[in-house]
Design a protein around this ligand. Structure first.
Ligand code: NCD
Length: 292
């Protein structure tokens, strides 16, 4: 039987994606949804603040009881497999799990799990709820996707956020480009020089330099990165009047983003975090109702 849940956006039609966004907006606007007889477990095998606690907040707002599994003191440390760990939660009566794992497409090893799995990020491949919250934030701004231009700037090659967004944004009719250091250009979208990107885009999406994923050290210092590719206020002033800045966070202040830009009028970074709770509530609700 096919694994249930939300694993990758590649499995979802553009209609389903629009349905999630519209349901997220309904919930944000006050629609109440409740599943007080359900229990979920969260399993984070990689560090996380936003995704982890936003999922917990979403579950709590849905009235769902949460077991926040501390994988560091679980039998994972005794060598238990991901499948066996999740099967254990299924066996003790959990109705769904949220999983973040370092392994790309870890969910391909989970055939035989009968409860839904919500992907909080796998390796460099997928981060479906991050992309949904990015899309919701763009949609709130522009009311459409068709024809909008977005450039994702920075550590593209190590970023599941970039890889997820490029695929889905193109399907939704957006023009997607990448920019930043050539050493991070993995060819996943057309490369644009930074000045053109700053001046012509509707959405500038910055990425954290993901030092923990690098196998070789970056060819430049953080200071050099900031002066060549960092988004500073003088660059923000060259952006289109209505253009917005997104960043999945955590951000490295004074590396890819100047501190003064984090909360400037074009930044939607904290709004993205707020919207994250709603897209997670909507996705969980739709899966539990059999609508996804
Ligand atoms: C991102 C992630 O973990 O993929 N953060 C997030 O979920 N908000 C990006 C990152 O860590 O840089």
């Amino acid at each position: 039987m096919k694994l249930k849940g939300l694993l990758t956006l590649k499995d979802l039609s553009t209609k389903s994606i629009m349905d999630i966004i519209s349901y997220s907006l309904d919930i944000k606007n006050g629609l109440s949804v409740s599943y007080s007889n359900k229990r979920f477990a969260t399993l984070f095998f990689e560090n996380s603040t936003r995704t982890h606690y936003s999922f917990i907040m979403a579950l709590k707002k849905l009235g769902i009881d949460v077991i926040d599994c501390n994988v560091g003191v679980s039998s994972v440390q005794k060598g238990e497999s991901l499948y066996d760990t999740i099967k254990t939660f299924e066996s003790i009566g959990v109705d769904g799990v949220v999983v973040r794992h370092t392994k790309d497409e870890y969910f391909k090893e989970l055939e035989g799990i009968n409860i839904p799995v919500f992907n909080g990020g796998d390796g460099k491949s997928n981060h479906p709820t991050q992309s949904l919250l990015d899309l919701m934030t763009i949609y709130e701004e522009y009311g459409k996707f068709e024809g909008l231009k977005c450039c994702i700037i920075g550590d593209i090659s190590h970023s599941r956020v970039a890889h997820t967004n490029i695929e889905v944004m193109e399907r939704l009719g957006m023009e997607v480009y990448i920019s930043g250091p050539e050493e991070f250009n993995d060819g996943s979208a057309k490369y644009l020089d930074l000045d053109t990107a700053i001046e012509e885009m509707d959405v500038i999406m910055l990425l954290r330099v993901q030092f923990e994923r690098h196998t070789e050290s970056m060819s430049m210092t953080k200071e050099e990165y900031h002066s060549r590719y960092g988004l500073t206020m003088d660059k923000v002033e060259k952006m289109k009047e209505n253009a917005i800045i997104l960043h999945p966070a955590p951000f490295n202040r004074e590396v890819e983003i100047a501190s003064s830009v984090v909360e400037c009028s074009k930044s939607r970074i904290f709004k993205q975090m707020t919207n994250g709770v709603y897209v997670r509530m909507a996705s969980i609700s739709m899966v539990l109702d059999g609508k996804l």
